[in-house]
Design a binder for this molecule. Structure first.
Ligand code: PAF
Length: 274
């Protein structure tokens, strides 16, 4: 695997290469990332992964400083997979000037994650657009766990006419159902035992909807109450239309349950498509 820290040599290497797939990450690679990368290897000739913990997408009170940085282990995993290229820019390389040239996002960026993490999606889309401009991939892969992020990246590519195919990838879970996330490592042993109940709650809602329940408000309310009783603090748990991300209406065909909730000091997000 060839590793690049600067933009010039990376561009020189990628110049004229056909069929490049790009997997942007913040490192601390887990099996979810690795599944995404393996899929990239199946659909492209060259795979490039980036590792960059993007401060622009963290609120001042969030976990930027303690976000796990495990570059040595990450490189071992990427080497073992036979990844072609790794881009690990420093903050100075990616943000040489104060980044005050920012995107104005559609209103959908201000609900759900955007409501609880104002500015988050401006940070995400800005860094992803910069990485797209640097790498100019043909395909880029994003996990469905960050469903709203994937939604906004799709919109960005569409509305800004970027010549990139966005490839979504399914959520990878532990055997008991917990969606893989770098933040799972913050959980204590007791919290980890409890954590899979987030997915079980989503699965129950899905089953109830499949069985004909269309009282979405009650389903949401009961699920939130149940999680509260189990010790969770729920930011949101809501059934939305997966194609627009607006609140679900009874006759909508494509539904998704999205949630974000805290166990102690750890915030987990998850979703299930219905
Ligand atoms: O999903 C992530 O890990 C990040 O939001 C991303 C896409 C790498 C941008 O920093």
């Amino acid at each position: 695997m060839k590793t690049f820290k600067d933009i010039h040599s990376l561009r020189k290497e990628l110049n004229n290469k056909k069929n490049i797939a790009f997997v942007p990450t913040m490192g601390n690679l887990h099996d979810g990332h690795l599944a995404l990368i393996k899929h990239a290897q199946k659909i492209a000739d060259h795979v490039i992964v980036s590792i960059f913990v993007n401060q622009l997408q963290f609120l001042p009170n969030e976990d930027f400083n303690r976000y796990p940085r495990t570059l040595t282990e990450d490189c071992e995993k990427l080497n073992a997979l036979g990844v072609n290229f790794l881009f690990t820019p420093s903050n100075e390389i990616l943000y040489p000037n104060k980044q005050d040239f920012l995107l104005i996002l559609p209103p959908v960026a201000n609900i759900l994650e955007g409501q609880f993490r104002p500015g988050f999606f401006v940070g995400v889309t800005t860094v992803v657009l910069k990485l797209f401009n640097i790498i100019q991939p043909h395909i880029s892969l994003f996990g469905k766990k960050d469903f709203q992020q994937l939604f906004l990246i799709n919109e960005m590519v569409l509305q800004l006419n970027l010549p990139i195919k966005i490839e979504p990838y399914d959520i990878i879970r532990t055997p008991d159902g917990l969606a893989l996330s770098s933040r799972n490592r913050y959980l204590t042993k007791t919290q980890r035992t409890e954590a899979n109940n987030l997915f079980l709650t989503l699965k129950q809602i899905k089953n109830k909807v499949h069985n004909g329940c269309s009282d979405f408000k009650t389903l949401q309310k009961d699920a939130i109450e149940n999680l509260h009783q189990r010790g969770w603090k729920v930011d949101y748990l809501t059934i939305q239309n997966s194609e627009t991300l607006s609140p679900a209406k009874i006759n909508d065909n494509n539904l998704i349950v999205l949630c974000a909730a805290w166990l102690g000091k750890t915030r987990l997000i998850d979703n299930i498509e219905i």
